[in-house]
Design a protein around this ligand. Structure first.
Ligand code: HEC
Ligand code: HEC
Ligand code: HEC
Ligand code: HEC
Ligand code: HEC
Ligand code: HEC
Ligand code: HEC
Length: 375
């Protein structure tokens, strides 16, 4: 009951604010549903039961720069049916159908469901509300934020839109469609470095990975051999090193792990290397390397894209490293030992530790040998 009262109070305050502000701020896009009448206010929000402030503010100038600026609020927030709104449970999921936007190719209501379904068959499958281990996997919004797809807001070239306008008559229409397609044609996408950073955010989180590996082991479906060290070992690889220094073209995570038949589909359908349909499955690996290394064959696969010196992963490399270690350390220890012996001998001889004329040999030795370097 008390909760109800709180809702009404907040509702009343916000409504009053909205009505007074109505004439001043103008929405930068068509707010047909008048949601921004209330939601444009910067401090609009609510303190949750856990004492956390949750912002409900949607700044119009920010929203009008997002990829979804043409989608009416309620196409996504379809559970908002009345004012004041009822408490929200699941919220917006990425497989919803738009009520107003149709897919011009199929004539059906637009939806990301095809991507969503693909994703649900991938190694990262999870729902929006996830608990336990599933919560460690990425959801759509873990990877997708708006700035990436709106790199610049420059006007389209006049020469092009003038041509479109000749037939379509409305400049708004052609500008919108030009922007819609040009971003994709110009390949606005993540750079190699950004992809590695995206995947490494989770795949270098050792504690989280260990929990997953342990749970999978327990369930009798162990994860991949390189699961625990994937990101770290990639950094050690040739590809990782050159990518780190900004070289575009060397293999990044998605060049190998995403099916390249349709890259954009592939990135959402990543499979484990144990799955025969995965490009990283041992039967498909040569093909994966051949995308770039034209002459790759079975022998080429001896080069591990996830190299490790750990005995658990590569006993041969581990032994080689161990031998190098012994030899390397041996040489250093022998050198230091030799110097110590020499010093000890000289001290016994009474030769002091002083550098003069570029030498410590400056005093007569106890055994009466002449050790003084003439001037
Ligand atoms: C008259 C003012 C007003 C209008 C108009 C309005 N809202 Fe709200 N909205 C509120 C208030 C107040 C809250 C906070 C309610 C609460 O704490 O439960 C809120 C909360 C929300 C929330 C968060 C709910 C939650 O509990 O997580 C969403 C989502 C939302 N509104 C969407 C919309 C959409 C979409 C529209 C347009 C159809 C809209 N609102 C129109 C006042 C308004
Ligand atoms: C493309 C879909 C989409 C559109 C269009 C959209 N939103 Fe949202 N909105 C989301 C998602 C996703 C969230 C994150 C909260 C969640 O997971 O439910 C969110 C969060 C919110 C919240 C905070 C709710 C909370 O519980 O924290 C408010 C308020 C809100 N949106 C209002 C609006 C308003 C007003 C508009 C129109 C101007 C709008 N949204 C348009 C998808 C959308
Ligand atoms: C692990 C990260 C990741 C997750 C999770 C993810 N995506 Fe993507 N998505 C990408 C990458 C990478 C691209 C390729 C473009 C790029 O490089 O940004 C992409 C591209 C897209 C595109 C094409 C965008 C455009 O304008 O060209 C859509 C649409 C899309 N994803 C929707 C989704 C949906 C819906 C989900 C949830 C079911 C999802 N993605 C989950 C990484 C991800
Ligand atoms: C010579 C005239 C002409 C020019 C120039 C032209 N269009 Fe079109 N456009 C058409 C016609 C006619 C159709 C309908 C085609 C059909 O349905 O087969 C169309 C269809 C479209 C559609 C599909 C609309 C829908 O809802 O199905 C888009 C989008 C579009 N044009 C954008 C553009 C853009 C952007 C340019 C400039 C780069 C452009 N057009 C230049 C004549 C033209
Ligand atoms: C939000 C965290 C997160 C992000 C971001 C992420 N992953 Fe994952 N990934 C996981 C988790 C957690 C698992 C373990 C899934 C399980 O337990 O089955 C996993 C599993 C995998 C597996 C299969 C492991 C196996 O042994 O079956 C591959 C391959 C993989 N991820 C590749 C990638 C690539 C490539 C990217 C970047 C595009 C990426 N991941 C981004 C969290 C993430
Ligand atoms: C040159 C190709 C290549 C690149 C680049 C690459 N991988 Fe791999 N990855 C593989 C292959 C092949 C395997 C299987 C290796 C094995 O089992 O010995 C694998 C295994 C894995 C595994 C273990 C799960 C499984 O499917 O066996 C994960 C997780 C993983 N990679 C993530 C990543 C991430 C994250 C990146 C980027 C930081 C990355 N990979 C870069 C080829 C690559
Ligand atoms: C997306 C393209 C791409 C893919 C896929 C790819 N590589 Fe590479 N790789 C490169 C580039 C670029 C270089 C740097 C070439 C240079 O300048 O020497 C490189 C370098 C190498 C090198 C260093 C020595 C050399 O030949 O130059 C090895 C070894 C290697 N890759 C192995 C592999 C293996 C094994 C696979 C498959 C599991 C693979 N690569 C997949 C692009 C790729």
């Amino acid at each position: 009951m008390q909760n109800r009262l709180k809702y009404w109070l907040l509702f009343a305050v916000v409504s009053a604010l909205a009505l007074t502000g109505l004439s001043t701020a103008q929405a930068a896009f068509e707010d047909d549903e008048a949601c921004l009448m209330c939601h444009k206010y910067p401090r609009m929000g609510r303190v949750t039961e856990d004492g956390v402030f949750r912002s409900y503010s949607v700044p119009p100038e920010m929203f009008s720069n997002t990829v979804h600026r043409n989608v009416p609020c309620r196409d996504c927030h379809n559970y908002i049916k009345e004012l004041p709104h009822r408490p929200v449970e699941t919220g917006v999921t990425c497989d919803q159908e738009c009520h107003t936007k149709k897919n011009p190719a199929t004539g059906k209501p637009f939806s990301h469901k095809p991507v969503y379904d693909l994703f649900q068959n991938s190694v990262h499958a999870r729902g929006k509300i996830a608990e336990g281990l599933d919560a460690n996997k990425p959801y759509c919004i873990s990877c997708h934020t708006n700035p990436l797809y709106n790199p610049d807001q420059t006007e389209p070239p006049k020469k092009v839109v003038d041509r479109c306008e000749l037939c379509h008559e409305k400049l708004d229409f052609v500008t919108q469609w030009y922007s819609h397609t040009s971003r994709r044609v110009l390949e606005v996408k993540r750079s190699g470095e950004e992809i590695v950073a995206l995947c490494s955010r989770c795949h270098s989180n050792e504690k989280m990975l260990e929990r997953h590996a342990a749970a999978a082991e327990e369930a009798g479906e162990p994860l991949g051999k390189k699961f625990l060290i994937a990101a770290k070992s990639y950094e050690e690889s040739f590809h990782g090193k050159v990518t780190k220094y900004g070289f575009e073209g060397a293999a990044t995570c998605l060049d190998c792990h995403a099916d390249q038949e349709n890259y954009y589909r592939g990135v959402h359908g990543i499979l484990s290397s144990r799955d025969p349909a995965s490009p990283t499955h041992k039967n498909n690996r040569v093909e994966a390397c051949r995308q770039c290394h034209e002459y790759a064959d079975e022998k080429f696969l001896a080069v591990d894209p996830h190299p490790s010196f750990d005995a658990k992963y590569n006993p041969v490399l581990h032994k080689a490293e161990a031998i190098y270690g012994v030899v390397g350390n041996g040489v250093v220890i022998a050198l230091i030992g030799l110097s110590l012996f020499e010093t000890f001998g000289r001290r016994r001889d009474g030769v002091g530790w002083r550098i003069r004329w570029g030498s410590t040999w400056w005093r007569r030795s106890k055994r009466k040998r002449k050790r003084i370097i003439p001037k």
